[in-house]
Ligand binder design. Structure first.
Ligand code: F0G
Length: 433
């Protein structure tokens, strides 16, 4: 078995040791990825299934159970697991009807220990940090990454340093970072600007960077699609649709799926659908004018879906490759479309955070445009937990939600709380009204 880092840029493909502390190719500046030669796929499906009956911490993890497909660690004692992954596939007939499909299934990453898909990648990135002997780890975050990194770093004896855009992340997420003991800097800048800052600090101070530019985060996030295939007895869906911000997750999904396909674990590639928020959609714009103009970052990204409020996504070259290889598609959705889709997901008894609802809003547009067939087998990824933005939810249901430009968002599927006196007769009247 050989494991190494390789430049993702087709024209370069330089290789580096798996233990080099690198985030970009030193030769050409391209993105890096972990690569492996010599994986034997034959026993894997059975091994993965048997591990579900095992109480050992690593086998109980919905990430490390699949470790043969990201064998970058020699020594598994570096792993810190909070039993991440193990997220359910939930059928949602009402959401399917809303989106114009016969059926849709949600893979709900909000069931993770810190409430988002970031845990799948963070357990892998934190293990690599420990293997490299790093003491301090850092990330910039719109919320979920910070909560996840804080938890895994603290659980593993690393010092977490978090950088967040001041006033632009949900209190729930900030609260998690503080509670898990992270040193937290609120910086007067947006996500993209702070990422540039943190990269300088990481280099200068020898801090290990755990944003999704870190190739080991991507390796861990592959487990989301690996677990999905295991849960579906390796039946490949027609489409997997997910929201796109920094575009790390779609890059991880594409890589994981291609590798499973090359190993013969799955018999085809599903198509990948990425959905961005209208005010923060540089990847959508690029993919729809491809050839005409180079990638243009959005300098002032705006959306209430703060998780995907990213104007200069670092992983766009990988995302482009995965969309093209899978014959996928990219869509953008409005603030109203996100809010309404989110309420429908809530009505299914499932719930999610705003960015996650972009998946369903995007599917609705894909089916209306004939990109996805009504009969298609579609898995939508809900990336984060419903408790992320309770203020957003309350405002939507009471008709007080406003888009970043100040325009009102209609409470289309609103469910207002009812003010009632402490009086059984009056409440009976209200119920019968
Ligand atoms: N959904 C949620 C809930 C997220 O937290 C994020 C990213 C995304 C979607 C977008 O994923 O960046 O891989 O395309 N959140 C980041 C953070 C950036 O800091 O937590 P992506």
């Amino acid at each position: 078995m050989s494991t190494y880092l390789a430049c993702f840029n087709k024209a370069c493909r330089a290789q580096f040791a798996i233990t080099d502390v690198l985030y970009n190719c030193p030769k050409c500046g391209g993105l890096l990825e972990a690569r492996y030669d010599g994986i034997d796929p034959a026993p894997l499906k059975q091994i993965f299934r048997q591990r579900r009956l095992d109480n050992a911490p690593l086998e109980q993890s919905g990430v490390w159970r699949y470790r043969e497909l990201f064998p970058f660690l020699e020594d598994l004692t570096h792993v810190i697991t909070l039993r991440e992954g193990n997220t359910p596939l939930l059928p949602a007939p009402k959401a399917a009807q809303y989106a114009g499909l016969k059926a849709v299934t949600f893979k709900h990453q909000g069931f993770n220990p810190t409430g988002s898909f970031k845990d799948n990648g963070m357990t892998a990135g934190a293990a690599q940090a420990r293997r490299l002997g790093m003491k301090r780890v850092a990330c910039v975050s719109t919320g979920n990454t910070s909560a996840s990194m804080a938890a895994y770093a603290s659980a593993g004896g690393l010092e977490p340093l978090i950088f967040i855009p001041h006033g632009n992340i949900s209190y729930g997420k900030l609260a998690q970072a503080l509670e898990y003991g992270a040193k937290t800097f609120q910086v007067e800048a947006n996500f993209d600007q702070i990422l540039a800052l943190v990269r300088i600090l990481a280099e200068r101070l020898g801090i290990y960077l755990l944003n999704s530019i870190n190739p080991f985060r991507i390796e861990g996030q592959k487990s989301i699609v690996i677990e999905m295939m295991d849960q579906r007895d390796w039946r490949v869906p027609d489409w997997i649709v997910l929201p796109g911000g920094n575009l790390g997750n779609v890059s991880a999904f594409g890589k994981g799926l291609r590798e499973m396909h090359e190993l013969g674990l799955i018999d085809k590639l599903p198509r990948l659908g990425v959905v961005q928020a209208e005010g923060s959609s540089p990847f959508y714009e690029y993919m729809h004018t491809r050839g005409a103009s180079p990638f243009q970052p959005e300098v002032h990204p705006e959306t209430l879906a703060t998780a995907i409020k990213i104007g200069d996504p670092v992983s766009w070259p990988k995302a482009q490759f995965e969309i093209e290889t899978s014959k996928g598609a990219v869509e953008k959705v409005s603030e109203q479309e996100i809010a309404d889709a989110k309420a429908i997901i809530g009505q299914c008894g499932i719930g999610c955070e705003p960015a996650s609802a972009a998946s369903l809003a995007g599917i609705r547009k894909f089916t209306a445009a004939g990109v996805i067939d009504r009969d298609a087998d579609v898995v939508a990824i809900l990336t984060g937990n419903v408790l992320k933005d309770p203020d957003y939810i309350y405002r939507y249901h009471t008709g007080q939600l406003q888009a970043p430009n100040g325009s009102a968002i209609a409470s289309t599927f609103g469910n207002k709380p009812i003010l009632a006196p402490n009086n059984a007769e009056r409440i009976t009247e209200l119920l019968n009204a």
